[in-house]
Design a protein around this ligand. Sequence first.
Ligand code: TYD
Length: 207
Amino acid sequence: MSGKFITFEGGEGSGKTTIANLLRDKLEKDGYSVVLTREPGGVAIAEQIRDIIVDVNNTKMDSRTEALLYASSRRQHLVEKVIPALKENKVVICDRYVDSSLVYQGIGRGLGIDEVYNMNLFATENILPDLTIFFDIKPELGLQRVYSNKNREINRLDLEKLDFHQKVYDGYLTICDKFPERIIKIDASLSIEEVYQSVYNEVIKHL
Ligand code: TYD
């Protein structure tokens, strides 16, 4: 595979989706062939799995069920969309990947990072990103952005208490220390323009 696999990670309201769109437009102007996609979802089967995961009525969902569903959705998306694009030499920007599971399920739900990592290595056949950008913003500020954006859909995980989001945030910091060769931290509390510039500068170094 010769393309580049870049993933964006961060808590709710970290702005990664907005920046992903800006980055895609700029890289295309620069002449790269880009695929922008997201998890959970991105292809029909994975979107159907996503609907089950984010449904606010699924209050009985067990944590391991949740982790397995994310991994199933990831597997299908990887095989159907990411791998073929990488084989065609494209730049794949994926909004969330394995690190989200390590943090949300491994730490947030308390399943353990190593357990969730091993299960995900099975799902992905060890395919990890070339570069991961962590959008670093404190959960209080991120959630404030989510709730002030009236057009944004509120999902089952958004409804978790601040304590859960704080655990997720601490989890991301742990993951940054665990994989320093792959993950780069960006200050996401700055303006969109500033965050976008730092992300672009980092990404371009890897292309
Ligand atoms: P989404 O609406 O895509 O949120 P965001 O815009 O913040 O990315 O919803 C995805 C939710 O799923 C989000 O709360 C994070 C969570 N998630 C996990 O818990 N584990 C995972 O492996 C993934 C990919 C996402």
